[in-house]
Design a protein around this ligand. Sequence first.
Ligand SMILES: *[C@@H]1O[C@H](CO)[C@@H](O)[C@H](O)[C@H]1NC(C)=O
Ligand SMILES: *[C@@H]1O[C@H](CO)[C@@H](O)[C@H](O)[C@H]1NC(C)=O
Ligand SMILES: *[C@@H]1O[C@H](CO)[C@@H](O)[C@H](O)[C@H]1NC(C)=O
Length: 214
Amino acid sequence: MADKNQSQYHPAEVNGYNRSDQESLQEVEEARRKKKMKWTIGIIAFVIFQVVQALFFILVIMKFKSPKFRIAEVDIQNLTAGTQASPSFDMTFHAPIRVKNTNWGPFKYGASTVNFTYEGAQVGQAIIPKSKANFKSTKKINVDVTVSSTSLSADLKSTLGNQLGSSVITLKSQGELNGKITVMFMFKKNKISQMNCTMAIDTSTKTVKSMSCN
Ligand SMILES: *[C@@H]1O[C@H](CO)[C@@H](O)[C@H](O)[C@H]1NC(C)=O
Ligand SMILES: *[C@@H]1O[C@H](CO)[C@@H](O)[C@H](O)[C@H]1NC(C)=O
Ligand SMILES: *[C@@H]1O[C@H](CO)[C@@H](O)[C@H](O)[C@H]1NC(C)=O
């Protein structure tokens, strides 16, 4: 008798459901849980993707860097130098000017000049026409420059005399490009590129001894 009562007390029937009803309910709940999990994973993945994309955008694409403005290897065409007693120089050279743009968008700059100086005094100039350096590329501007000591003051001429005694004269080139970088056709930023190069010229061999830009 007791056995029979126990067998009738079946847990599946406690709440009035039979076994198959409860199983299908469990399946439905399991499926719902899985679906919810899938959505959660999907949303998390989407958020991570967005964050990574935003970081890439901010750290790589939107990093506006000043393009490098410099002179590569100078090629002297013609050089006449005076002596310590009669100091002077006249020189013509090819100056390969470079605007290296590492940005993810073009750098458009206005017309400018590069000034060549001797001990701070201007001895020559190169004209840089308005143009642009494309997305991740180097704009090449090849100019011929003439520098001359004719306008130097008497003081600087005596300094030049001393330098000519050792057959080396040092010239500097300074310039500034004022431009705008545009990334993805809409993000714009103004940037200034500065040139500051120093070159030492050997007047006896008529060659460039050293050239450096910073
Ligand atoms: C070099 O300069 C001298 C003096 O200015 C000039 O007579 C000569 O024609 C020039 N040579 C070249 C190749 O430009
Ligand atoms: C170059 O010289 C011109 C004057 O001749 C001056 O206006 C300009 O500011 C100078 N540029 C630089 C970068 O020193
Ligand atoms: C150019 O570079 C020299 C060092 O080579 C530095 O002393 C000078 O201040 C720089 N000038 C400019 C205008 O940046």
